[in-house]
Design a protein around this ligand. Structure first.
Ligand code: ADP
Length: 398
């Protein structure tokens, strides 16, 4: 059995064909610049080892054309008949979805109703669903939500202290995101520690271009650093994370900026990029800080400060901290960020095995805490495609 996983962005479509059991990937790739001039598609055959890569331009450059190209490739590979279902990543499921769902007209309508909560993401997800359902009309399609895993958060964690009718009329609350990744790495961490997931209290830190931490108790989310939108919480590549909510009013008055201009700057010109004045890329920042670039050093300091503070905060949402889990491009690869973050968490009794941490590079995974550390620290490689494929299989099996 093969599952086709689709992740559609505002001008891109990421795809992967994989076996939900073994995780073996037969085909993967990315269509970019959809709906613009110069649309392209990259197809990698044969998974992560030594993929055979082809790159082509897409003349029309629509989602439909990208999906049609993927379908033609499945036919060429002779695997079309093995595809049992299509799994779609959907960013915002609001309060309507606490789990993945078979896409019916009602489910599609509910995703549409969440568009005001994710005005950039959900319309793109719907465009991908539309194109794929036309091309693969004989297959079941499943929506896997970034928010669903966090629907177990208690009201004390998800409610903002704002007028109640903002919540009841407009859905103003914290939702949390990256749920697929937090759920996947929490289960993997339990497996790696040889422990029953039901007994474990975990802080999971997904540190990529977007970053969030979650409190996972007994396999269920209890808290997330992300809120109504993915802008809240940690310092990210280009997103500010937390700022004073009075900032908008102040900047509108003092800098004559409009609300959309301020929101755009907080999403795209802030975070590591804004602080360093250099780049949003952690690898480049580490190199620049090493060469004495003051902005890069500040960006790293602030990133680590906020991250450690949030890990402490998430710990307060657990019964007990058994392990801290690092994942995402930064969490899996940056031994420096891990070392500097854990060095600030002595109050929690966390200490690293410095050589295990330094040796854990390039997506290796494993335990990096010292033997006398009060809780474990681990690196776990996330695999959102595999998680989406597995959840899609579960929904289709019923
Ligand atoms: P996305 O959220 O877009 O999926 P990733 O999870 O791939 O992003 O994470 C991208 C981040 O990971 C970038 O900041 C990149 O610099 C960082 N990264 C990747 N490899 C390393 C490395 N070896 N050392 C430090 N940072 C790294």
């Amino acid at each position: 059995m093969q599952i086709l996983v689709l992740n559609s962005g505002s001008s891109s479509l990421k795809f992967a064909l994989l076996d939900p059991e073994s995780g073996e990937t037969r085909l993967s790739g990315l269509a970019e610049r959809l709906g613009q001039a110069g649309a392209r598609i990259r197809l990698d055959q044969g998974g992560a080892g030594q993929p055979e890569r082809t790159e082509e331009s897409l003349s029309g450059g629509s989602y439909a054309e990208a999906v049609a190209r993927v379908m033609a490739e499945l036919d060429a590979l002779g695997v079309r008949e093995e595809v049992a279902a299509v799994g779609h990543r959907v960013v915002h499921g609001g309060e309507a979805f606490a789990a993945s769902a078979l896409i019916t007209p009602e489910v599609e309508q509910a995703i549409r109703e969440c568009v005001p909560l994710a005005p950039l993401h959900n319309p793109a997800n719907l465009a991908g669903i539309d194109a794929a359902r036309t091309a693969f009309s004989d297959l079941p399609h499943v929506a896997v939500f970034d928010t669903a895993f966090h629907q177990t958060m208690p009201p004390a964690a998800y409610r903002y202290a704002v007028p109640e009718h903002w919540y009841t009329d407009y859905g103003v609350r914290r939702y949390g995101f990256h749920g697929t990744s937090h759920q996947f790495v929490a289960a993997e961490a339990a497996r790696m520690l040889g422990r029953d997931p039901a007994e474990l209290g975990l802080v999971t830190a997904h540190l990529g271009n977007g970053s969030s931490v979650a409190a996972v108790q007994g396999g269920q989310s209890r808290d997330s650093s992300m809120g109504l939108t993915p802008l809240e919480g940690l310092i990210m590549g280009t997103r500010s994370g937390d700022v004073d909510p009075a900032l908008h009013d102040y900047l509108a008055r003092e800098a004559s900026l409009t609300l959309p201009e301020i929101t755009a700057a907080l999403n795209r010109e802030s975070g590591l990029l804004g602080l360093s004045g250099l780049t949003n890329d952690m690898r480049e920042l580490e190199a620049a800080a090493g060469e004495g670039h003051a902005g890069a050093a500040l960006a790293l300091d602030a990133y680590v400060h906020r991250l450690a503070r949030y890990i402490g905060a998430m710990t307060a949402s657990l019964d007990r901290l058994d392990a801290l889990v690092f994942t995402g491009g930064i969490g899996e690869n940056s031994s420096l960020v891990r070392a500097r973050t854990v060095a600030r968490l002595r109050a929690l009794g966390l200490t690293l095995d410095d050589s295990a941490n330094a040796a854990n590079v390039r997506g290796q995974g494993g335990v990096i805490s010292a033997s006398d550390s009060r809780a474990a620290a681990l690196v776990v490689n996330t695999n959102e495609e595999l998680m989406i494929a597995r959840q899609t299989r579960e929904v289709v099996r019923g």
